[in-house]
Design a binder for this molecule. Sequence first.
Ligand SMILES: Cc1ncc(COP(=O)(O)O)c(C=O)c1O
Length: 406
Amino acid sequence: MSKVTRTHAFRTRAIHAGARIDPTTRSSAPPIDMSSTFLLDADYVDRGFEAEGQGGQDAPYIYARWGNPTARMLEARVASLENAEDALSFASGMAAATGLLLHLLHAGDHLVISDVSYVGVAEFVRVNLPRMGVAVTVVDSSNLDELAAAIRPNTRLVYIETPANPILKITDIAAAAQIAHAAGSLLAVDSTFATPLATRPAELGADFVIHALTKYFCGHGDAMGGAVAGRRAAIEALRVDSGVHLGASLSPFNCWLIMRGIDTLALRMAAHEQNAMAIAGFLERHPRVTRVMYPGLPSHPQHDLARRQMANFSGMLTFQARDAHDLARAMAQHLQVFHYAVSLGHQRSLVVHMDTAELMDKSFKLNPAHEARFREFAGDGIFRMSVGLEDADDLCADLDQVLAIE
Ligand SMILES: Cc1ncc(COP(=O)(O)O)c(C=O)c1O
């Protein structure tokens, strides 16, 4: 294993944590172990190989769905960057979220979840969990009194996402952790938009940190993956339940691609933030743009909390504009540098229009108070932008030419 430890700085750990030098080849770049099975030693003849207790960090490899050397390297690196004891990788961010929810929640349990959650997670929670006998309360998690009031004696888990996709609403993680723990519940935080460079939820008291590694960790838009980080025993239990039984394991090749992305995570996040600031400023000055939302702007309704909780404001921003549907069509046809596409966290800048009514239809059915709060951030619709790493002047010029099309 790498000699780089938690005492080393983030940028050093991003490159070295979890890396293992192969004793035969001594290659400097990490190897990709594609093997789906591993030679068993003689002990297994008598011991058997049930999954329980065999997914641990130092356990020998048996079968790749339970653990794989390349996946272990990635998991150790994610755990190091999140300052968590351990992590488990998944085939996608959705697999990480649903794997954790299915592992923790059983019939009779209650889940409290933020009213703004990634739409795939919201749909799963709204449709699938109640079918399994799990009760769900949807709250505006940025309102801590409302969050506290929603907790019941059988609340097993509080699930938040911050900043929330797509409207960039922020939840106070430390306060949410206190509320959850005071009631004997656990807190899970989807920190995909923030990345550990900005916010490390485990340090703020979260029990589980969820990532769509597909986004900033990978950083290049060419590999899907997910992860859950947390305490060692909890991750080992999750590995048995989700990895072994649900089987959404991440391909070693994707682990390797994502690790290669993580090498430059800190540098990329600094550049994403710098470009996002420049574009936010350009958009705020543009006459067709009616509202810009970026946690790094003093005009963001939760800028003070963002400053307290985020060491980097990331590359995600939203804006509202006149004649939004015409503009969306013009973007799809005429953007030259930006890609009109979903997803985020890539080196390429991405932008997509999202209609508020459609978002609400797909996500949670919001009560009037939650809807009003949603519209405070999103109006009737937003352009969600993942600002990439191209030259900021070229990005602004590209937006300028498309905003001029009526
Ligand atoms: C905040 C957040 N969580 C989870 C996911 C799901 O990740 P994946 O697309 O890798 O399944 C996404 C996807 O956009 C996301 O934005």
